[in-house]
Ligand binder design. Structure first.
Ligand SMILES: [Zn+2]
Length: 431
C-alpha cells in the first residue's frame, strides 16, 4: 500500500516541526497572493508577505473572518484557476448565501490523508466495518470521512442520515464496528435501538463530531451503544472534518501541527492568549492549495493545553466548550448549550432531549428549558412532577448561576436532530 503520510511527521522534534511549518507557511503566503482579497487587505495594512519571516510574524497579518468568505461568494477566495478545482462544497449559512470551499486534487489527497491519520491513531483499519451516518451532500462530513476511511482500507458503508431503523438493521446485519455521526444522532440511535429491543453488539468505536458535547454525554453514549467514543473536530473552511481528533488518551484533541498553525485569541480584543487560556481558535492552514486562508477565525472556543500528550504526538487543544457565537449571553452571564446538556444528563428523572427558549420579558432575559420526563422515575402524581421540576431548576441554577424556568414535557415530544442540533430558540430580537 502506498504510504500517504510519513509517520515521522507526527513525532518531529520542536525545531524540525518549526522548520517545516515555516517552509509551508512561506508557500501558503505565496499562494494567497493570488487572492485579490488578501492583496488588498495586506496593502491596506502596509504589509508584504515577504515581511513575514518567522512563525510569530503572522501576528502582523490581519484575521480572516467567516463574513469575509461570505462576501467573496462564490469563488472570490480561490487561489488557483477554476480548471484546477476538482470539487466544491458549501457550508450552510444561517442567513443568506452559503460559503463555498474549493479543493484541488492535492487538497482532496491531503484531506483524506488527515482523516486516515486520525482513524489510524485510534486503532481502526482494514478489519473494521465503518458506517458513516452523516450527510453526504454539500456538507463536508460525509465525503471527508468516506475517503479517509477507504484510504486505510476500512469497509465503508455510506449510509448517510435518515431512516434510523434501517441504520440499526445495517449495523447488525453487516457487523459494523465503527460509526461516525453527530453525538445527538448517536443518542437518538440508542433510543431507537432500545425501542426496537435490539442490542448493537458488534459496535466498538464511535466517532462523534460536528457539535460540542460533554464528558457526561460521552459516558452515556459509551454505555448505551457499547462503544469507545472519540471526539472529532473540523470545519469546512479548513477542508472539513479531520482538523483535530482525540487519541486513545481521550484528554484533549490532537491538531496536526504540520498542517495547521494554531493560535488562541481573545475574541473581543484579537490579542493572542497563552497556553492554558481559553479563547477563540484561529487557524492558518499550511497545506491548502485551492483556498489558502490566513489566520482564520473559527468562532470555536478552546485552549492550547500546556503539556504534551503521553502518546508523543505533541501539543493538544482542549475539547470545545462551544462556538463563540453559540454562546448565549443571558442577563450578562455566558451560557453554552453544552452546559445545559451536561446538567440534564446527570438527572435520571428527565431525558436528554431538551429545547431552550430565551425571551425578553419586561426588559429582562428569561430562559425556559423544556425537557422530557423519564417515565421510569415518575410516579404519575402531580406532587412528583413539581419535585422533579424544582430539582432540574435547582441543578441548572447551581451550574449556570442563572434562574431558569423548567417545563417538563411528554417523552418523545421534543424534536430529534439528525445533523447539527438546533436546540436554542432565541426570541429576544423577534417581535
Ligand atoms: Zn495523544
Amino acid at each position: 500500500m502506498r504510504m500517504f503520510w510519513d509517520k515521522k511527521i507526527e513525532t518531529l522534534k520542536p525545531a524540525e516541526l518549526q522548520a517545516l511549518q515555516q517552509k509551508r507557511l512561506k508557500k501558503t503566503l505565496h499562494q494567497v497572493n493570488n487572492v485579490e482579497f488578501y492583496r488588498t487587505r495586506f496593502s491596506e495594512a502596509g504589509i508584504k508577505t515577504t515581511d513575514i519571516r518567522t512563525l510569530d510574524d503572522i501576528e502582523k497579518l490581519p484575521f480572516t473572518k467567516k463574513q469575509d468568505l461570505r462576501d467573496g461568494y462564490p469563488f472570490g477566495f480561490f487561489a488557483v484557476p477554476m480548471r484546477e478545482i476538482v470539487r466544491i462544497h458549501t457550508t450552510s449559512g444561517t442567513t443568506g448565501k452559503p460559503t463555498v470551499v474549493g479543493y484541488t486534487q492535492n487538497d482532496l489527497d491531503s484531506w483524506a490523508g488527515l482523516i486516515a491519520r486520525n482513524m489510524t491513531m485510534i486503532g481502526v483499519g482494514k478489519d473494521d466495518i465503518f458506517q458513516n451516518m452523516v450527510n453526504y451532500g454539500m456538507f463536508t462530513g460525509g465525503l471527508g470521512f468516506h475517503y479517509g476511511a477507504e484510504k486505510i482500507g476500512m469497509t465503508v458503508i455510506p449510509s448517510a442520515t435518515g431512516n434510523t431503523r434501517r441504520q440499526i438493521e445495517m449495523i447488525n446485519d453487516f457487523g459494523v464496528t465503527t460509526i461516525h455521526c453527530t453525538p445527538s444522532y448517536a443518542m437518538h440511535l440508542s433510543e431507537v435501538a432500545e425501542e426496537m429491543k435490539v442490542t448493537l453488539d458488534t459496535l466498538k468505536t464511535g466517532i462523534f463530531g460536528a457539535e460540542p458535547w460533554s464528558e457526561t454525554m460521552r459516558s452515556t453514549l459509551e454505555s448505551r451503544l457499547g462503544v469507545t467514543a472519540y471526539d472529532s473536530y473540523g470545519l469546512s473552511e479548513l477542508y472539513g472534518p479531520g482538523v483535530a481528533f482525540e487519541c486513545p488518551e481521550r484528554d484533549g484533541l490532537h491538531i496536526w501541527h504540520d498542517s495547521y498553525l494554531v493560535e488562541i485569541i481573545n475574541p473581543r480584543t484579537g490579542e493572542r492568549l497563552s497556553d492554558g487560556e481559553r479563547g477563540e481558535l484561529v487557524v492558518t492552514p499550511l497545506v491548502k492549495e485551492a483556498m489558502p486562508l490566513i489566520r482564520y477565525r473559527t468562532g470555536d472556543v478552546t485552549m492550547q493545553m500546556e503539556d504534551g500528550c503521553l502518546c508523543t504526538r505533541g501539543k493538544k487543544i482542549a475539547r470545545f466548550t462551544g462556538r463563540s457565537d453559540d454562546m448565549l449571553v443571558i442577563r450578562g452571564i455566558n451560557v453554552f448549550p453544552s452546559q445545559i446538556e451536561h446538567v440534564l444528563l446527570k438527572i435520571p428523572e428527565v431525558g436528554n432531549q431538551f429545547m431552550v427558549y430565551i425571551d425578553r420579558i419586561n426588559h429582562l432575559d428569561e430562559m425556559t428549558v423544556d425537557v422530557e420526563i423519564n417515565r421510569e422515575y415518575f410516579s404519575g402524581e402531580l406532587a412528583d412532577l413539581a419535585r422533579i421540576q424544582k430539582k432540574v431548576a435547582k441543578e441548572l441554577r447551581d451550574v449556570l448561576e442563572l434562574r431558569t424556568s423548567v417545563k417538563l414535557v411528554e417523552p418523545g415530544s421534543l424534536p430529534r436532530f439528525e445533523g447539527k442540533s438546533k436546540r436554542i430558540v432565541d426570541q429576544r430580537g423577534a417581535m
